[in-house]
Ligand binder design. Structure first.
Ligand code: FAD
Ligand code: UDP
Length: 390
């Protein structure tokens, strides 16, 4: 192991950004170990058998307010301007058919759900109560004591949040981390975009191409199909690599519990099953993502061509997402940490073990047991690199 200054476990955003920084800015010789047979982690995309560019681990839309992150990634990709719009598709009790309205639930959604006149009147009432362009979480809206606003909050809770959240988390909105439903607030606006960040878009040639450039550096060696835990062991204050103590930097972006052989018990996660379908038509749903907020066993359907802008006459690929408890079975991927007091306390025990080892750093959505978007991970990776390079 003498020839490497740093070992990075995982080639997702956390590992790849850190690898690049240590290699380029720090002149370190970096080894990246990735268990999967590809780079990119959960942001990996590829062309499917029909020739459609798909996101293998679910839809990834880049958005950030962080100028440093945007500028940094712009070194490795050009962008396709894309503003993500999501609609809810749900039964319409009035007509016996179905209705659709923008998500986050906004002033337009209100008029669809209640009819133009009543919707407008209620919208004005909300604006008077909270102010224009305000984002109000569903849990906050449900606290409102005005009977009409309270009835409206119940409507949104029932038609947008409770069933979707039960599908996604197996729990009700009030029983999960409030920051999770706060990601999709009620928005007192006509802006029907899913995100309002200053920088939004899709990597012009896809995420995998971005990662190829990120990792393309003479000081970086990437080994795919290698489980780092077959080589790397943490024993008290020491990390060994292939049985030999390693004093270089180790950045670990996998699961914290797995690193310590689950010694305090497994950390709970949700996993997803993705059902991809290629259909013989130009366009399936007119939107990047449609959320099934009340019925259907899946949470949402994404049609990739709308995200990527790919022109592919006569063929389109969609994916349905089914969420369930992660069991740790072979091949399952832990996509979402289940953030609550007990689980955070369990995570803290693993983190304390890692902290005993001065050259070991836990970084990323898995290793930090957090609900991070891509931009937050890139920011974290840049911060850790700053710290390591002093
Ligand atoms: P990962 O991408 O999970 O990478 C970790 C890597 O480590 C993996 O490749 C894994 O195989 C590897 N690894 C783990 N253990 C080992 C080991 N022992 N040995 C070797 N390798 C190992 N974010 C957004 O900003 N916008 C979105 O639209 C968005 N959509 C999402 C949709 C879904 C369905 C999901 C699940 C996430 C979404 N995200 C989105 C979040 C985004 O995926 C994460 O922020 C990002 O992928 C985190 O990067 P990471 O490097 O921390 O983790
Ligand atoms: N959510 C919901 N209905 C929706 C959209 C979101 O109830 O139509 C809730 C649900 O609990 C979900 C959370 O808000 O898990 C966050 O949604 P987001 O779209 O940010 O989830 P992600 O894309 O990360 O899966």
């Amino acid at each position: 192991m003498k020839q490497y200054d740093a070992v990075l476990v995982g080639a997702g955003f956390a590992g790849a950004v850190c690898a690049r920084e240590l290699a380029e800015r720090g002149g370190k010789r970096v080894l990246v170990l990735e268990r999967r047979d590809h780079i990119g982690g959960n942001a990996f995309d590829r062309t499917d058998d029909a020739g459609v560019l798909i996101h293998q681990y679910g839809p990834h839309i880049f958005h950030t307010n962080d100028r440093r992150v945007y500028d940094y990634l712009s070194r490795f990709t050009a962008w396709r301007d894309y503003q993500h719009r999501v609609i809810a598709n749900l039964p319409d009790e009035r007509a016996g058919g179905r209705m659709t309205f923008p998500v986050p639930f906004n002033l337009t959604s209100l008029e669809t759900a209640y009819g133009p006149e009543e919707g407008k009147r209620l919208g004005e009432k909300l604006l008077a109560a909270y102010g224009p362009e305000r984002k109000v979480t569903i849990l906050e809206l449900r606290q409102n004591s005005d009977p009409e606003i309270s009835a409206l909050a119940d409507y949104v809770y029932e038609h947008v949040f409770v069933h979707y959240t039960m599908k996604q988390w197996g729990q009700r909105p009030e029983d999960i981390d409030p920051n999770t439903t706060a990601r999709v607030p009620v928005f007192l606006s006509r802006d029907d975009r899913y995100f309002q960040d200053a920088y939004q878009g899709m990597p012009l040639e896809g995420y995998t191409a971005l990662f190829q450039r990120l990792l393309d550096h003479p000081n970086i060696e990437v080994r795919l199909g290698v489980d780092a835990l077959s080589l790397l062991k943490v024993e008290g204050e020491t990390v060994t690599f292939d049985g030999v103590p390693f004093s270089g930097t180790v950045v670990y972006t996998g699961q914290a519990d797995e690193l310590f052989a689950f010694r305090f018990g497994p950390l709970p996660y949700r996993t997803l099953d993705f059902a991809f379908e290629t259909l013989p038509r130009d366009d399936f749903q007119g939107y990047g993502t449609v959320n099934y907020t009340v019925d259907e066993p899946y949470t949402r359907i994404t049609e990739f061509k709308h995200l990527t802008g790919q022109v592919k006459p006569g063929l389109t690929t969609i994916v349905k997402e089914y969420s369930r408890a992660y069991t740790g079975a072979e091949g399952e991927i832990p996509y979402y940490a289940i953030i609550n007091e007990d689980n955070n306390a369990l995570y803290a025990r693993y983190k304390a073990e890692a902290d005993k080892c001065p050259n070991l750093h836990l970084l990323g959505r898995l290793a930090e047991y957090k609900y991070y978007n891509m931009d937050a991970i890139v920011a974290r990776a840049l911060e850790l690199s700053d710290q390591l390079l002093g």
